[in-house]
Design a protein around this ligand. Structure first.
Ligand SMILES: Nc1nc2c(c(=O)[nH]1)N[C@H]1C(S)=C(S)[C@@H](COP(=O)(O)O)O[C@H]1N2
Ligand SMILES: [Mo]
Length: 544
């Protein structure tokens, strides 16, 4: 009997947890539906996810990237979903045991997601609506479902106690029989009503949630279609790629990194959708005149080609967060000139539609000798959506986080004293020139190769300065000069190679570069924070 009671009780608690989970699903689905018609970027789970990205301490972020790699954002969303599931099951149980505590918990969750949504840097006035609508629907459903569940629990307890009384035997009047039967039937009906309501809520949540999300995503696929249809005018000036700029060596990075293989680093949980027809660039702050440009205005200024190698501050020695592209764009100095920056300014805070900011010294942006650009094209196409469509910044010689703002929307002329960019309070330097470096592409570290003549090859970069020489040491022997490709310009990486007669056994291959100022790449190891890694790459190759 006691066992049966416990089992029933556990069953009801499980049902309460289910009701809680279903209410959370209704919360999220209703929020998606409201987001669809009001503020697509403000769906609570994305807002909370973005909030988490912004507040997670840097070491944890690096651990996540190290663990999940390119899937770090998916892992974050999956983790959030799991947390929502556990918390909402608990809210269901709470509502069952001590109403309205569960509903109160859901209200608090709604409040938290509301706070996350309205404090997003790209939040509009409508950003409050999805979490409010979602929380209202979720609370209502939790209240209704658990109400039904409690009724079912009550009627089944009544039926059980009558049955128990009946089972105890003794004088049982025949008129009591139908009562027990009625109570049993009532319990069955209440059970059915609860299960039906739960199933209805769950299936509506899935249908509405998935449907609304699909429609929201359709906006980004429509931007993808706009991008595909976009025809950029031919460049007024092209980059001549000199003979000898590229070696044909298997395993060596191509001179230009294909867009599909180009590394991607950003804080965006979903790729921002920016319609070039709606896009505006505002140049304001410490300027004589605020300027606003349309995409057409920008393109009409005339596009030129620029070959520039982009590097991420998070690139470890020997890492993959560096790529070279042929950009199509206009010089930043030309558009800054339209606004006439004040003499006291020393920084441009570039802002993305998603709120990300980069702080770039004003000097390189106005320097006639440096190709800091607003890019609209990448390797013969409009910028890919994930690389900043329709307009991004690219500045030779500066790490991406202080210069390469994607989905660009504003250039605020300001000072380093007055303004801070996204990564500055997060453990990275406000100013961050790229530290020149070199990388071994082939043979890949840890691989086994056959003995005999082998090409050791890789890339080296020293943006704005140029690579003078690349040296290779095998098994800590003398440094040998590698053959270096003809550079396109000082702003692009070069390829290098060295022929090696590989003998059986384990070998170490190390590489270092010398820049055009005659400086040798330091062997001092530095981590990526606060302003970029240093050290020599040294790989282990097994030869058999
Ligand atoms: N809007 C936005 N732009 C951004 C970032 C970002 O997080 N958001 N990250 C920057 C960093 S850290 C780098 S290294 C480059 C990477 O550009 P890519 O993704 O096109 O390679 O973009 C920069 N621009
Ligand atoms: Mo970066």
């Amino acid at each position: 009997m006691v066992q049966k009671f416990v089992r029933a009780r556990v069953g009801f608690l499980a049902a309460a947890a289910l009701a809680g989970g279903v209410s959370a699903a209704v919360f999220l689905a209703a929020a998606e539906l409201v987001a669809l018609v009001s503020a697509p970027e403000s769906s609570p789970i994305l807002a909370v996810g973005s909030f988490v990205i912004d507040v997670v301490p840097q070491p944890l972020k690096e651990l996540a990237i190290a663990t999940f790699g390119e899937y770090d954002k998916i892992a974050l969303l999956a983790g959030l979903a799991l947390a929502v599931l556990v918390a909402s099951a608990a809210a269901g149980v709470l509502q069952y045991l001590a109403p309205p505590a569960g509903v109160a918990a859901l209200v608090i969750a709604g409040g938290l997601s509301l706070a996350a949504a309205v404090t997003r840097p790209d939040a509009t006035a409508l950003a409050a609506l999805p979490p409010i609508g979602g929380a209202a629907a979720g609370c209502l459903v939790l209240w209704l479902l658990v109400g039904r569940l409690r009724r079912w629990a009550a009627s089944s307890a009544a039926a059980a106690s009558d049955l128990a009384e009946g089972a105890r035997g003794g004088e049982r009047s025949p008129v009591e029989q139908p009562t027990v039967h009625d109570k049993g039937a009532a319990a069955v009906v209440d059970r059915r009503l609860f299960l039906r309501a739960t199933a209805l809520a769950a299936s509506s949540a899935v249908l509405i949630g998935v449907g609304a999300r699909a429609l929201i995503n359709a906006t980004s696929s429509s931007i993808a279609a706009v991008r595909t249809a976009l025809r950029l005018p031919a460049p007024r000036a092209t980059v001549a790629v000199p003979a000898g700029a590229e070696f044909d060596i298997p395993g060596l990075s191509p001179l230009f990194t294909p867009n599909t293989e180009f590394y991607r680093v950003d804080t965006a949980l979903t790729v921002p959708s920016v319609d070039p027809a709606q896009w505006r660039l505002v140049i304001d702050g410490m300027v004589r005149q605020r300027v606003e440009l349309t995409f057409q205005d920008l393109v009409d200024r005339g596009l030129r080609e620029y070959a520039i190698t982009l590097t991420c501050v998070s690139n470890e020695v020997g890492g993959e967060l560096v790529g070279n592209a042929m950009w199509l764009g206009v010089p930043v100095r030309d558009v800054l000139r339209l606004a006439v920056p004040d003499a006291g300014a020393d920084m441009v805070l570039s802002r993305s539609v998603d709120g990300f900011t980069a702080g770039t010294p004003l000097e390189p942006l106005t320097d006639d000798g440096l190709d800091a650009i607003l890019a609209v094209g990448m390797n013969g196409e409009p910028l890919p959506l994930e690389h900043g469509f329709p307009v991004r910044m690219v500045v030779p010689g500066l790490y991406g986080y202080v210069s390469a703002t994607k989905w660009l929307t504003e250039l605020k002329v300001t000072t380093f004293a007055a303004d801070e960019a996204y990564w500055t309070p997060r453990g990275y330097s406000a100013r961050a020139p790229i530290k020149f470096s070199s990388r071994i592409d082939t043979p890949r570290s840890g691989t086994r190769i056959p003995a005999g003549r082998t090409a050791i090859a890789g890339v080296a970069w020293a943006q704005t300065v140029g690579i003078e020489r690349v040296e290779v040491s095998i098994d800590d022997g003398a440094w040998q000069s590698a053959t270096v490709s003809t550079p396109i310009s000082d702003d692009t990486w070069v390829q290098w190679h060295l022929e090696w007669d590989a003998t059986p056994g384990a070998h170490f291959v190390a590489v270092r570069a010398v820049n055009r100022k005659g400086e040798r790449q330091t062997d001092q190891r530095a981590p990526i924070a606060p302003d970029g890694s240093t050290g020599w790459q040294r790989t282990l190759i097994q030869v058999s």
